[in-house]
Design a protein around this ligand. Structure first.
Ligand code: OGA
Ligand code: NI
Length: 340
């Protein structure tokens, strides 16, 4: 049995195979905090020609990155039609036969297209209730040729996503009192890596026993995420798990490890996870926007001082991704491996 989808469809599952049973109970609501208001950023204000409106939005953006590492983005200008098309086409990809999908399976970390299950089956002790498709979509665009239309839809979506992220990074640069194009220049974003990940979490008969994706941080600068109408993302905030219920048509944005490295810890990479449900298949589409793969990244000199020495050693983005992939996701951030 290769994928979770195949497992779920092959028999009437009433429980889950032992190799999927995780130690913690992701439905343990004593660790939840339901009533915190996660920040919302209005993209139209961030790009407004009204300077006082814009600077207010930049301040909110900086606060959200510093205090949460997470926010919902509204009025971003990406059409609902395109978002729906991406979700529909993604579902159709997973609906291909296992044989068709396996054309892309068994690949390595930097293969342009990779279909797989769990996190990294070579290192996972328990399996996670998740199948995925990963495509590098920038600086070179890659996507499966099947199902028809998927590639075109993902290409348009990836371009739109980059435009949104570019604006957010301008705002973030300004919020750090750096020049607007600072992050773009320093991270060589003309050749920046953009990795599109489509997650498929089939319905699970016992969501309290399995994890969709265990606690982790993302490796890039920012991740832009959307999902179909089933919730499942939790972010960690003040030691509690906050279940995220996105506003209609919003994007979920989180900071990644490279934002934390670059800002020398001022904007922390947020820990998050995905849980499953009994009701139906949850699809989420995330794009990890990171530096150029061959760029050495360490804390920005402007963020380092005698009182605040560099907290991370510089590492190539490519090597950092490999580091994360080589270790099981154990709730600890991969950043621990590069602290000075
Ligand atoms: C990820 C991720 C969360 C989700 O793909 O890195 O955190 O809600 N996904 O699927
Ligand atoms: Ni993630």
């Amino acid at each position: 049995m290769f994928s979770v989808k195949e497992l779920v469809e092959s028999n009437c599952l009433r429980s889950v195979p032992l190799n999927y049973v995780c130690l913690e109970n992701p439905q343990d609501s004593s660790l939840y905090c339901e009533n915190e208001n996660v920040p919302t950023i209005d993209f139209s204000q961030l790009t407004s020609s009204n300077l006082s409106e814009r600077s207010k939005a930049i301040q909110q953006l900086g606060d959200a990155c510093r205090d949460w590492g997470f926010f919902m983005l509204i009025n971003h200008g990406v059409s609902e039609t395109l978002r729906d098309e991406v979700l529909r086409a993604s579902q159709k990809f997973f609906d291909l036969t296992e044989e068709e999908k396996k054309e892309y399976a068994g690949g390595k970390l930097f293969d342009p297209i990779k279909y797989g299950t769990s996190f990294n089956v070579m290192v996972d002790k328990t399996h996670f209730w998740r199948d995925y498709l990963k495509c590098y979509v920038h600086p070179h665009f890659n996507a499966p040729s099947k199902p028809p239309g998927l590639s075109e839809t993902l290409e348009e979506y990836s371009t739109k996503g980059r435009e949104v992220i570019e604006e957010l990074l301008k705002g973030i640069s300004l919020s750090l009192c750096l020049e607007e194009n600072y992050i773009h220049r320093r991270m060589k974003l003309d050749l920046g890596s953009q990795l599109l990940v489509i997650n498929c979490y089939p319905p699970c008969p016992k969501p309290e026993l399995v994890m969709g994706l265990p606690a982790h941080t993302d490796h890039g600068l920012l991740t832009l995420l959307m999902q179909n109408d089933l919730a499942g993302l939790h972010i960690q905030h003040n030691g509690k798990w906050i279940p995220i219920h996105p506003l209609p048509n919003s994007f979920l944005i989180n900071t990644g490890d490279h934002m934390e490295i670059l800002t020398n810890g001022k904007y922390k990479s947020v820990v998050h996870r995905a849980v499953t449900n009994t009701k139906g298949t949850r699809i989420s589409v995330g794009t990890a926007h990171g530096p150029c793969l061959d760029t050495d990244v360490g804390p920005a000199p402007e963020m380092v001082s005698d009182d605040n020495p560099a907290a991370y050693r510089a590492i190539k983005y490519r090597d950092y991704m490999q580091l994360q992939q080589n270790h099981q996701l154990d709730g600890k951030s991969c950043l621990d491996r590069i602290r000075t």
